[in-house]
Design a protein around this ligand. Structure first.
Ligand SMILES: [Zn+2]
Length: 148
């Protein structure tokens, strides 16, 4: 079967140890049974292996994202400021759905926002100093976010 991604070569079906990196984290999926493209590196998995891959990589991303700041901290400060998640997105000029993602650990919190929330945690009255937030147009942040 030709690679669906690049259409170049026939996939090689075998078990390989596949390394997945996210930020400073790494997880190895041992013996991942899949079709591997020798040209572009695409991996075509059957459903059960795809689920194993998705579960392991999601777990790693949450671990990396929550190692910088606890999602619970974000939620506590947001509630201390009297904001719901959508209001927090707006006030802190974040894309729609960002605080939901931060509080679930599925998206890294921008370092500058972490610093700001730490200050506001100790001085919630300073929220009044934040005005005229930049309102981002509705966007799908998943496609614009690059992991690093
Ligand atoms: Zn390919």
């Amino acid at each position: 079967m030709k690679c669906a991604a690049c259409g170049g070569n026939d996939l090689v079906y075998e078990e390989r140890d596949v390394e997945y990196r996210y930020g400073k984290g790494v997880v190895v999926l041992a013996g991942l049974e899949a079709g591997y493209c020798p040209d572009c590196g695409e991996i075509m998995m059957k459903r059960d292996e795809a689920e194993r891959y998705v579960t392991a990589t999601r777990k790693l991303r949450v671990e990396v994202n929550t190692s910088v700041v606890s999602p619970r901290f974000i939620e506590i400060v947001r509630k201390k400021l009297g904001l719901n998640q959508a209001e927090a997105d707006t006030v802190f000029s974040q894309p729609a759905g960002a605080f939901l993602a931060y509080e679930r650990g599925i998206r890294p919190v921008p370092p500058l926002l972490v610093q700001l929330l730490k200050v506001l945690s100790n001085h919630p009255e300073l929220l009044n100093e934040i005005d005229s937030p930049v309102i981002y147009p509705k966007q799908d942040w998943r496609s614009s976010y690059k992991q690093g």
